[in-house]
Design a protein around this ligand. Structure first.
Ligand code: GDP
Length: 465
């Protein structure tokens, strides 16, 4: 029998844990993280008032009293710019908020009444919800921890030969790096110039809709912009069979200099993110812009699939997985959401989830095997369209009404979402035309959304019982 005091202490710790939750939001650039977090905070703050949260039982049962922002726990992390985001949405005409570029945090205290069968409890409880937003690109760096510079160079060179568009985007870097030999004496300025071309290639690839890009911090350097730790790149033509010769080169050789920078990047940039932040998240939602990738065509769609495979490795908690070996993470619930569902008519939403599941089939299998509860869903954090029906030759067809970013009112049927991974024939048969829409004006009401409440239920609902 444990000592009564020990038992009491145990209960206290348990309760403390139950009253605090660290929820992280991630996704690749433009997946919709900023919109999601803005809407999530907004809906919780307006819970019990004008927010529509019927799929969240605590709100449906009128037990949710609202949420207020309080000073965050970690003073070293920038605050999520909620006020600026809301100001953009309330502008005339409404604008999408500026996306965040690094990690940011916001702490909410949610007040609710616990569920009691049939009765409304008079007790009021609080849940402290720490929300984090960080770029999915940072997770693309996890495999770097499994590579040294030589094996990484080899792997990247394979990747850079994939697809014509990708090759063309790195042509300038390739020309510049061709002048470099591993045993040359390193010239700082020359390495910086070539590294900048490599980073420019990555940026151009991202602009062109590619997602599977490494190192992730080259795309979102934050305060590391221009630092030598970001001035490395793969060397073409290296093979692991040359390891001995390469490692015997002088310290100031090109090879040894780049290898040292790579090691520093792994140790001082990739690892600390996992150690200081990732390891401490309780719950996680990964946002995926599936529709955007469909719109961009087969090469980008395949690239997204590869990038997601890499990104999801951070959640593969099998005992021998890299992340478990290194960081013992504690995420106990995961959501994967296809965002911007308001870009397609409601009858397509089921297919959108099927497509997301197909895209993530392998990682989902691993997660289920590792017994991490995971749910796939589709949502629109901030609905920008209205669902309509149009009559065509006596037949009613679903359609969408919205305002384009240029201010044109349109009524359209954007296309069908394939429920499975599209095959080559599919791309030839059917094009996609998903428009970007301006957010709807909010009036005095809450931000309109689709199934954000379902996501909230999965992510925090059990803590509001
Ligand atoms: P982030 O880079 O992941 O933070 O992505 P953002 O949240 O900035 O979203 C990128 C863009 O996607 C926005 O500027 C919008 O144009 C669009 N977007 C995001 N969420 C939604 C949504 O729920 N509906 C629609 N229609 N567009 C969205």
């Amino acid at each position: 029998m444990p000592h009564p005091l020990a038992r009491e202490l145990g209960n206290l710790i348990e309760r403390g844990r139950d009253r605090q939750l660290r929820l992280a939001v991630t996704g690749l650039s433009r997946a919709g993280k900023t919109a999601f977090l803005t809407s999530l905070v907004h809906q919780l703050r307006h819970a019990g008032l004008e927010a529509h949260l019927d799929l969240l039982p605590a709100a449906r049962d009128d037990r949710l009293l609202g949420a207020s922002r309080v000073a965050q726990g970690d003073l070293g992390v920038p605050r999520f710019p909620y006020d600026q985001a809301l100001a953009a949405l309330d502008d005339t005409p409404p604008r999408w908020p500026e996306p965040t570029r690094g990690i940011s945090e916001l702490r909410l205290v949610i007040r609710y009444r616990p569920a009691k069968r049939g009765l409304l409890s008079s007790e009021i409880r609080e849940l402290t919800l720490d929300l984090f937003d960080y770029p999915g690109e940072w997770l693309l760096d996890l495999p770097l921890l499994d590579h040294d510079y030589l094996s990484w160079s080899e792997a990247q060179n394979h990747r850079l030969h994939d697809g014509d568009t990708r090759q063309a985007l790195f042509a300038e870097w390739r020309r510049a790096v061709a002048e470099l030999a591993p045993d040359d004496e390193a010239d700082e300025a020359q390495l910086a110039a070539i590294a900048e071309r490599y980073a420019a290639g990555l940026r151009a690839a991202r602009e062109a809709g590619f997602a599977d890009l490494q190192p992730g911090r080259f795309l979102l350097p934050g305060d590391l912009d221009g630092a030598p730790v970001l001035q490395f790149f793969p060397l073409p033509g290296l093979a692991t069979s040359q390891r001995k010769t390469l490692e015997a080169l002088p310290e100031n050789s090109v090879y040894r200099t780049l290898a040292a920078r790579y090691a520093h990047y792994r140790q001082h940039i990739v690892k600390p993110f996992y150690q200081q932040h990732f390891r401490r998240f309780d719950r996680q939602i990964v946002l995926v812009d599936v529709l955007g990738a469909l719109n961009a065509g087969p090469e980008r769609f395949e690239d997204l699939s590869r990038a997601l495979g890499t990104l999801m490795q951070s959640f593969a908690y099998g005992k021998r997985s890299l992340v478990s070996r290194l960081f013992s993470p504690r995420i106990d619930r995961l959501a994967i959401a296809a965002t911007k569902a308001d870009h397609v008519t409601p009858d397509q939403h089921g297919q959108l989830v099927s497509l997301l599941e197909a895209l993530l089939a392998e990682p989902l299998k691993d997660l289920r095997f590792a017994d991490v509860p995971v749910r796939a869903m589709s949502l629109a954090s901030i609905r920008a369209t209205r669902s309509r029906e149009v009559e065509q030759r006596g037949k009613r067809t679903p359609a969408l009404a919205g305002t384009t970013l240029d201010g044109d009112e349109v009524l359209l049927f954007p296309g069908e979402v394939p429920p499975r991974l599209p095959d080559p024939g599919f791309w030839a048969r059917q094009g996609f035309d998903f428009h970007a829409f301006r957010p709807l004006p909010r009036d005095a009401g809450a931000l309109p959304h689709i199934r954000l409440d379902a996501a909230l239920d999965w992510l925090i609902g059990d803590k509001l019982q």
